[in-house]
Ligand binder design. Structure first.
Ligand code: PLP
Length: 490
């Protein structure tokens, strides 16, 4: 029994009751498919809808004014038995769903990290859905695999990653859903490289690592996770790492894997990748690098000193779905040597054997991650990279970084505010000198403005405001307006 009748009293926007009824008639009987002429018409309408949305998203309050359960209460309890006209679905999208949306694509989005999209990415996603191909093996859609390898290899050059990580060399890249999946997978591979009971294997990461590190460790079966201390800039203390590994060895444990962060979630701190890599080599640990957010910045050479020592990493992950204008989900995972990855992940039932695989000439990405089925994520990234060109992406990264350093300088000059961390990329981290309460009040005032949104956080028991500058459409004008808001409430 539905709580509402979605179709009641509805008139389509073009006023054409006839066309609406025609739609309903066509789809409301076997075989129930939307006719292609209708699909074409609605498709154009939906693209217009998305373009209108993106053009005007900055005028909407970023966070919705809803309480838990408000949206659910407006939705029917049961699925429709009878087909409904597409116009009714779009009407409910506007009337029920949109009031409950948080607008991450607003240029006033300074929260968490960006989760950007862009028109080429959206169109790539649309084509990917249109093809709905499965790229689990080369033979199940050769172009899906080969494009993914090419895009992953392009990114090796674009980001200045080690040449050996290309699929044409011993390593290779694969597109997965998220940094969390990739990190989990890296830990499973690492675990397989060391003999002995799970209880003896130890994983190391800075105490500023993202929660996906502890979660991945848990899923991969690590019972021992050491969260290593940090220096003044919140980067891992390599001396403490070494001491901890030595102590664990003395206690009969098996140091197995260590993580370097390039851009922590809290303050975008950068761990000493080279020192960590050298320690990992010395003691035989798998070295995984999490550059989920900051990886995109490496498209500009001036940021690459932050990834010095990457040739000492065994695996690496970064998210085009944060700062590279490619909508969620799209995450790159690279390994320096693909053999341990494939040895760990490959299970070959008879129904997945084929001639191409036996030839040894193709990549079967099903062996490069956890799921078997895989969607064509490379397409939207390819659309983005070709549409912006490397220079277009560089332009925006540099501009976001310029706006962030400019905001940091204004914070530094303000007598009531203090920076708590450097701004190596696009994040400005600061607090009110009067303490936690004043800092929370400042963040609340920004968010209450409706048009700007920040995510406050806590580090070493003190509250701070994170302003993450990197949304696709954020410009100097938005940052100036944000600064006026900050200054008015500081
Ligand atoms: C440093 C870092 N690692 C990992 C993640 C998790 O990313 P994902 O959502 O792709 O799993 C994040 C998310 O913000 C992050 O900042």
């Amino acid at each position: 029994m539905s709580r509402r009748s979605p179709a009641s009293g509805h008139r389509p926007e073009d006023g054409s009751q006839d066309s609406r009824l025609a739609t309903r008639d066509a789809a409301a009987k076997p075989p129930y498919h939307m006719p292609f002429d209708e699909f074409r018409r609605h498709g154009h309408e939906v693209v217009d809808w998305v373009a209108d949305y993106l053009e005007s998203v900055g005028d909407r309050p970023i966070t919705p004014d809803v309480k838990p359960g408000d949206i659910r209460a407006l939705l029917p309890e049961s699925a429709p038995e009878r087909p409904e006209p597409f116009e009714d679905v779009m009407r409910d999208l506007d009337e029920i769903i949109m009031p409950g949306i948080t607008h991450w694509q607003s240029p006033g989005w300074f929260g968490f990290f960006p989760a950007n999209s862009s028109p080429p990415s959206i169109l790539g996603e649309l084509v990917s859905a249109g093809l709905s191909t499965q790229g689990m093996m080369w033979s199940t859609s050769p172009a899906a695999t080969e494009l993914e390898s090419v895009v992953a290899d392009w990114l090796v050059d674009l980001l200045g990653l080690p040449e050996t990580w290309k699929t044409t060399g011993p390593g290779g890249g694969v597109i997965q859903m998220s940094a969390s999946d990739s990190t989990h997978l890296a830990f499973v591979i690492a675990r397989e490289q060391v003999e002995g009971p799970a209880e003896s294997k130890v994983l190391y990461a800075s105490n500023q690592s993202h929660s996906s590190i502890e979660k991945g460790a848990k899923i991969a079966g690590f019972k021992q996770v050491r969260l290593i201390g940090i220096d003044d800039e919140y980067a891992l203390d390599a001396d403490e790492l070494r001491r901890t590994i030595v102590d664990d060895l003395a206690a009969g444990l098996k140091p197995t894997t260590v993580v370097s962060n390039i851009g922590t979630t809290g303050t975008t701190a950068v761990d000493p990748v080279r020192s960590i890599g050298e320690i990992a080599r010395e003691y035989g640990l798998w070295h995984h690098v999490d550059a989920a957010y900051a990886g995109t910045a490496m498209i500009c050479e001036e940021f690459r000193h932050h990834q010095d020592g990457l040739e000492l990493a065994d695996s690496y992950t970064f998210n085009p779905h944060k700062w590279m204008f490619t909508n969620f989900d799209c995450n790159l995972f690279y390994v320096a040597d693909r053999k341990p990855l494939i040895d760990t992940m490959s299970i070959l039932p008879p129904y997945l054997r084929d001639e191409a695989s036996e030839s040894g000439q193709v990549i079967n990405y099903r062996d490069w991650h956890i799921p078997l089925g895989r969607r064509f994520r490379a397409l939207k990234l390819w659309f983005v990279i070709r549409s912006y060109g490397a220079e277009g992406i560089r332009y925006h990264v540099r501009e976001h970084h310029r706006l962030a350093t400019d905001l940091a300088a204004r914070v530094e000059r303000h007598s009531s505010l203090e920076l708590i961390a450097p701004t190596p990329f696009g994040l400005v981290s600061f607090r009110h000198v009067d303490g936690d309460e004043a800092t929370n009040a400042l963040a609340a005032a920004i968010n209450e403005s409706g048009w700007a949104h920040v995510s406050p956080s806590t580090i070493e028991d003190r509250r701070f405001v994170r302003v993450s500058i990197g949304q696709t459409y954020t410009t100097a004008e938005h940052v100036d307006r944000l600064w006026d808001l900050i200054a008015a409430h500081a």
